[in-house]
Ligand binder design. Structure first.
Ligand code: SF4
Length: 412
């Protein structure tokens, strides 16, 4: 079984105002960083002992900000290499932020097998960065880009649009500077207001304007046009790449490849029989660990796929890196097929007639095509430019139709 491997590093220099990921704003002392690396090794050894890491297509060390671990960032990558059997062309990505990118450590990471860095730039406008609560500036982002590109590894960057106060000119300048930086991959996201974040509080107290969805959609489109005109290809709803620079780890999430998540709040997705084997292991039967009651009930007979999330608790992970997940979702064969169709439509290549038929979504796709939201080309269904603007509604319709077969499709 080919899998992807994800490691969640739950530390950041500061907590960005809009972020609801599991991360704590600290720069770990060397002893904590080393202990974290040990815990990742324990997690990897557990899955390796179950035979799940015999064919690893990609590793993604994300978070959080993995490079807050400083020189100890190298150890988790090294330990994963030693526990997993990587495909010869495996992609190994480490996320980093401008203020935690150290050129010497970046070179060491490449020496232990990192092939790609993903840098959180978000904007080249310091005013926008301050609104987002980012801890870096545009010039530190440019320095980090230079350092990362200097390692010879592939580099990706993330950008955010639709930020209150962000002008069209500011956004145009950010996209142009991203293109001219020399990276091969750029992801573009609209800002979303996540409940419980300082940003959501500022919006609800009217200290800040809420994001303008129409302006964000316009910015997404203008960025797409600029990127495509500059030689990038949109291959996923939010992802653009030069030839050969497509991110292979995320592509696994959209094409149904099983994945293993190590670290607090990390998610895994496995075929039911592999999950069944994991349930049997002693480490998961420790009654002192939260979530045990739900996971040991066993796998329902109709289950084909299991998705699970580790406890979002860094202390628990550091004390006991291998334990049962906190949340477990059992998917039937029908649900797994609907999920494959829905996620596959995030890719610009879309899904085949066979995938649509297996998922029972051909009728809803025909209806969506009549509304100009998807199109049928050759033997594939794919989302149109208009459909991307209503992406969530398209994906929801496909999911609903696939999981309510025989009950008609869910019209937008
Ligand atoms: S750097 Fe990323 S993970 Fe960390 S707080 Fe900011 S958005 Fe969240």
């Amino acid at each position: 079984m080919t899998v992807s491997l994800y490691v969640h590093v739950p530390f950041c220099v500061v907590k960005c105002a809009y972020c609801d990921f599991h991360s704590t704003p600290i720069s770990p002392e060397p002893a904590l960083a080393d202990h974290f690396a040990w815990a990742v090794g324990e997690g990897a050894a557990h899955w390796a002992a179950l035979g799940v890491l015999d064919d690893v297509a990609s590793i993604y060390v994300g978070g959080g900000t993995p490079t807050t671990l400083g020189s100890a960032t190298v150890s988790p990558v090294d330990v994963l290499h030693r526990n997993a059997r990587l495909a010869p062309d495996a992609e190994v990505t480490v996320e980093t932020n401008p203020d935690t990118t150290d050129p010497a450590i970046a070179l060491q990471l490449v020496e232990v097998g990192v092939t790609r860095f993903s840098l959180g730039v978000q904007s080249f406008d310091d005013t926008v960065l301050r609104t987002l609560g980012r801890c870096h500036t545009a010039s530190s982002a440019e320095r980090a880009l230079e350092d990362l590109l200097g390692t010879g590894a592939a580099v990706s960057m993330d950008l955010i649009c639709g930020v209150p106060g962000q002008t069209r000119d500011s956004w145009r300048d950010t996209v142009r500077r991203a293109v001219s930086s020399g990276v091969g991959h750029i992801s573009v996201y609209p800002l979303t207001v996540e409940e419980g974040t300082p940003f959501a509080e500022s919006v609800s107290s009217e200290a800040i304007e809420p994001p303008d969805d129409d302006l964000a959609a316009e910015m997404m489109e203008s960025a797409g046009a600029e990127l495509v005109a500059s030689g990038f290809r949109r291959y996923e709803v939010a992802s653009y790449a030069r030839d050969g620079c497509e991110g292979r780890h995320n592509a696994g999430y959209w094409t149904g490849r099983p994945y293993i998540g190590i670290g607090p709040a990390a998610a895994s997705m496995l075929p039911a029989e592999v999950f069944g084997a994991a349930i049997e292991c002693e480490a998961w039967s420790d009654p002192g660990v939260a979530g045990i009651g739900r996971t040991l009930e066993g796998v329902p007979p109709e289950c084909r796929r299991v998705r699970m999330v580790n406890p979002a608790d860094t202390i628990t992970f550091l004390r006991k890196p291998v334990g049962p997940p906190e949340d477990v979702e059992y998917l039937t064969g029908v649900e797994a097929a609907a999920e494959d169709a829905m996620l596959g439509l995030r890719l610009t290549d879309g899904i085949t007639d066979g995938t649509a038929s297996d998922a029972g979504v051909a009728d809803v796709l025909t209806e969506l095509a009549s509304q100009g939201l998807v199109e049928h080309v050759g033997d594939r269904w794919r989302v149109t430019s208009r459909g991307w603007l209503l992406g969530n509604e398209v994906f929801e319709s496909v999911w609903y139709a696939g999981t309510h077969r025989g009950m008609g499709w869910h019209s937008l």
